[in-house]
Design a protein around this ligand. Structure first.
Ligand code: TMP
Length: 231
């Protein structure tokens, strides 16, 4: 729990490119809105004006020769801005924050994929994000090959555009294997925070499972620290 803010609730979505996490986040947001919960939806990198500029630099495949530590620093620069501008104010206002990717992505992609290691990522998290941790992380782990194939199809569809978001999706399979393994290690290390949904159960079934776990955790949270308003 985010000690300084007992009221808000912070949910992150994680997974490989092509895992379907953005679709699931959108569907959960619609459901919670229908339940009249105050929600804030954001993503990383991006989600602020500064963050969108950092995102463009990070994801555009014309950005060449980015050193792994430059990439790492930019991910945390984006995150620092998002925390200050969006996440902390929303949590302080008692809102449910849904964030598409957070530090687990950095641990999986830069720590695992780029082989910078978890320790460096976690030390930077402590320095920059302090005690802030998601209350709940939904990790989508559908079949590895299918995720990769989906990400590559998306890549081909946008390859002709001058500015694209394909820099990561062009990575070779071993990179994604390392990302995948890092995600599994995070899930094994933090089984309470991270709920891993494995396999290809279909969009509606996965959505149902996510709604169940979110409702359960929110009820638990409300019992411990009643929300002052459901504005
Ligand atoms: P997405 O918005 O489609 O999920 O794409 C964001 C890309 O950025 C994705 O390939 C994962 C990558 N990424 C990192 O490598 N490290 C990070 O910390 C974050 C937030 C994203």
């Amino acid at each position: 729990m985010y000690a300084e803010n007992p009221r808000g609730f912070f949910i992150t979505f994680e997974g490989l490119d092509g895992s379907g996490k953005s679709t699931q986040l959108r569907k959960l947001a619609e459901r919670l809105e229908a339940d009249n919960l105050p929600i804030t939806v954001t993503r990383q990198p991006g989600g602020t004006r500064t963050g969108d500029r950092i995102r463009a630099l990070l994801l555009d495949s014309r950005t060449e020769n980015l050193a792994p530590k430059t990439e790492l620093g930019l991910m945390f620069s984006d995150r620092a801005q998002a925390i200050a501008e969006v996440i902390e104010p929303a949590l302080a206002g008692g809102r449910v924050v849904l964030c598409d990717r957070f530090t687990d992505s950095t641990e999986a992609y830069q720590g695992g994929g780029r082989e910078l290691g978890s320790e460096l990522v976690l030390r930077l998290h402590a320095a920059i994000c302090g005690e802030l941790q998601p209350d709940l992380t939904i990790l989508l782990l559908p079949d590895f090959e299918r995720s990769l194939a989906r990400a590559r199809r998306r890549n081909q569809r946008t390859a002709s555009e001058s500015a694209d978001e394909n820099r990561f999706e062009r990575e070779a399979e071993p990179f994604y294997r390392r990302v995948w393994n890092a995600y599994r290690q995070i899930a094994a290390r933090e089984p309470l925070r991270v709920v891993a949904i494995e396999g290809d159960a279909g969009i509606e079934e996965v959505h149902r499972r996510i709604v169940d776990v979110v409702r359960e955790r929110l009820a638990d949270h409300d019992t411990r620290s009643p929300r002052s308003s459901h504005a």
